[in-house]
Ligand binder design. Structure first.
Ligand SMILES: Nc1nc2c([nH]c(=O)n2[C@@H]2O[C@H](COP(=O)(O)OP(=O)(O)OP(=O)(O)O)[C@@H](O)[C@H]2O)c(=O)[nH]1
Length: 166
């Protein structure tokens, strides 16, 4: 089954581009009973497109890498942590004017090491609704999935009403 696609304004008609695979980590704190709590968002570094927008940390797969390998490498490079098990969760394609990406969102519940912002980004542990602004378009559906899992009613983030991929 084709995965949902989100078309960002300005990218209409560009859907024939080949998507770039991106591994994305949804790091979640769990309590002793296994109930999921805060999740980690990071801001995009100043030298990248959508600089300053908040997203889940991750990055593009390199040649020959699996999603899990890419995620492990990216989170170590960007945040200085070593992640434990990678649990594949959701996939979505997003058409941006600058690129078409296939986002592989994975849940991660265990990690080791001190967080270091190695790309001068910021980090924020969040719950719903997310308070940091602005949120990257490709992040919005993830907040909706989390809201559905958690029975959260109402907006998922502060800067715009909830959007659902087509
Ligand atoms: N990490 C991350 N990227 C996302 C999310 N949502 C989303 O649309 N993207 C998009 O996926 C792509 C990820 O590329 P990136 O530029 O962060 O990855 P990278 O570190 O490998 O980049 P570079 O090697 O080109 O500098 C970007 O086009 C970004 O806009 C998200 O939640 N997390």
């Amino acid at each position: 089954m084709a995965e949902p696609t989100l078309v960002v304004p300005g990218a209409e008609g560009l859907a024939t581009r080949r998507p770039v695979d991106v591994a994305v980590g949804v790091l979640i704190e769990r309590d002793a009973a296994g109930v999921e709590g805060r999740f980690l968002l990071t801001s995009r570094p100043a030298d990248k497109v959508y600089a300053g927008y908040w997203e889940f940390p991750g990055g593009k797969l390199e040649a020959g890498e699996t999603v899990g390998e890419a995620l492990r490498r990216e989170l170590h490079e960007e945040l200085g942590i070593t992640i434990g098990a990678v649990q594949p969760w959701q996939q979505i394609e997003v058409d941006y004017p600058h690129a078409r990406v296939r986002l592989h969102f994975c849940k991660v519940y265990a990690w080791q090491g001190e967080f270091e912002m190695r790309e001068q980004q910021s980090m924020a542990w969040q719950t719903l609704p997310v308070a940091v602004v602005p949120v990257l378009p490709g992040t919005v559906p993830v907040l909706r999935w989390l809201a559905d899992e958690r029975g959260h009613v109402g907006p998922t983030h502060a800067d715009s009403p909830a959007e659902v991929p087509a």
